[in-house]
Design a binder for this molecule. Structure first.
Ligand SMILES: *Cc1c(COP(=O)(O)O)cnc(C)c1O
Length: 239
């Protein structure tokens, strides 16, 4: 972790947050979508608590983390009253219960096994775990998620589980600049979503778009972008 002070993060956000909000608003306009249709999730992973403090002071309310332990320690410090915590990274099955305890929305449910564990936690506590199903829309071996071939069947089975509420879908596009390639990945997620929503058991959220591809994602129907670098600068740990 870096040791940047809260003031330094606040100064950075005073510059970057208006730019990011304008990028989102511009993309919404360009796509003919309603202003405010896309929620900004600020990804604070690998940044110290000072970054969270500055983000909350700047009015950000949706924060994303990709490790259960780091998420848990930030939740312990900042609470959950005025923050919505998003878990966006890989979750080991044995950490499922911990993740469900601290995350308001888990974007990264990438296997039937993890879904089953989370569903059990939700059923036991009498309140469903709020999730998105992560889909590997690019087919890249390095990417997690249900493969496009089997995603519809697997997600429909997940939707049968008590203890789980599937708010929608999430994907990560390939790390390329080619808008055609990016658009294809995001469109695949939207089309899958349209097909699944017909059943009425999968919600409309589409978590797609990061610093480098948010405009394309918004054009293709994103409802939630997960933005780290454009807001907080480079992370020290490569992730
Ligand atoms: C790190 C991360 C992000 C944020 O990426 P940036 O390029 O820094 O905006 C978004 N989504 C996931 C799943 C991540 O792991």
């Amino acid at each position: 972790m870096t040791t940047t002070s809260t003031d330094a993060y606040a100064a950075r956000l005073a510059e970057t947050l208006p730019l990011v909000r304008e990028r989102i608003a511009g993309a919404e306009r360009a796509a003919g979508r309603e202003e405010g249709a896309v929620r900004l999730v600020a990804v604070t992973k690998s940044h110290p608590p000072e970054a969270v403090e500055a983000a909350l002071a700047a009015g950000l309310v949706d924060l994303g983390e990709n490790r259960v332990s780091e998420l848990a320690s930030k939740v312990e410090r900042f609470g959950r009253t005025d923050v919505r915590w998003h878990m966006i990274g890989h979750i080991q099955s044995r950490k499922a219960k911990d993740a469900a305890a601290v995350a308001d929305l888990i974007h990264s449910v990438e296997s039937a096994k993890l879904a089953g564990r989370l569903a059990r936690v939700g059923a036991e506590r009498g309140r469903p775990v709020e999730i998105l199903a992560q889909v590997n829309t690019s087919g890249e071996a390095s990417k997690s998620g249900f493969s496009l071939d089997s995603a519809a069947d697997e997600i429909e089975s997940m939707a049968e589980l008590d203890g789980l509420r599937i708010n929608g879908l999430m994907t990560m596009a390939p790390f390329v600049d080619d808008e055609v390639v990016l658009g294809k990945a995001f469109r695949a997620l939207r089309l899958l979503s349209e097909r699944l929503r017909a059943s009425g058991r999968v919600g409309p959220q589409l978590s797609m778009g990061m610093t480098n591809d948010m405009e394309v994602a918004i054009r293709e129907g994103s409802t939630m972008v997960r933005i780290g670098t454009a807001l907080l600068g480079p992370r020290e740990t490569a992730r």
